[in-house]
Write a protein that binds this ligand. Structure first.
Ligand code: MD6
Ligand code: FE
Length: 215
């Protein structure tokens, strides 16, 4: 293993956060160039936009999708859909490098059959956070969620199965991946308002990709 002196945590390790959850530090690093190129292409076709919550609030985090299903929210509710409402076209296809990385990370975490059909792209600017929520809009909750963090360091809030349960905060660095499912699949989680120095390459933002089997 080569040591990368420019990553703040200084090493690539793995940590089990829960019975069904692994934090794979720096797992996306070998794929960063492909992720960056793929994202640029996707966001040209399906630009980041601020969605509205079912309650009518504008979300701070800007979102887009790739893959056959995309997550969407408006006053009618949360759901996955095949058409990007902004363009009227299907979401951009999921690049093979994206799905291959998500499938491989899931397998390393004990989910050997993960074939994502949805990749949600979240973009945070300094001050933007994501409030505590559960991911429960997917059809099969036995399938895990795989996430990739890019750019500025996030403070991820990892809670319990009840909204009021204990939570811990953990930093997610550029290139880190999280795989979670099984008994942890419905844990509450969120992201604290983004703060800290801009990332050397990605600047004053954080991008998070979450891969799911939605349909
Ligand atoms: C984020 N992530 O890290 C927000 N959900 O920006 C999520 O909400 C999330 O990272 C389910 C599974 C993994 C995640
Ligand atoms: Fe989530």
């Amino acid at each position: 293993m080569s040591l990368d002196l420019f990553t703040p945590q200084g090493h690539a390790g793995r940590e089990q956060l829960g019975a069904g959850t692994w934090l794979l530090r720096q797992r996306a690093v070998p794929s960063l160039a492909q992720l960056q190129a793929g994202l640029r292409q996707i966001l040209r076709q399906a630009p980041l936009r601020h969605l509205t919550t079912p309650g009518g609030q504008r979300m701070a985090v800007a979102m887009s999708n790739c893959g056959s299903l995309g997550w969407h929210s408006d006053t009618a509710g949360y759901r996955y859909q095949r058409i990007d409402p902004l363009s009227g076209q299907p979401w951009p296809p999921m690049p093979a490098a994206f799905s291959a990385l998500a499938t491989a990370a899931a397998a390393e975490a004990g989910y050997p059959d993960f074939q994502p059909d949805a990749c949600l792209i979240n973009r945070y600017r300094p001050g933007d956070g994501l409030s505590l929520h559960q991911d429960r809009n997917e059809r099969d909750l036995l399938q895990p969620v795989v996430s990739i963090s890019l750019g500025m360091t996030a403070s991820f809030i990892w809670g319990g199965l009840q909204r009021t349960g204990r939570s811990r905060k953990l930093p997610l660095y550029h290139g880190d991946m999280l795989v979670w499912g099984g008994p942890d699949r419905l844990r509450f989680h969120g992201v604290a308002p983004l703060q800290g120095p801009p990332h050397a390459e990605w600047g004053g933002k954080r991008i998070n990709l979450t891969f799911r089997r939605a349909g």
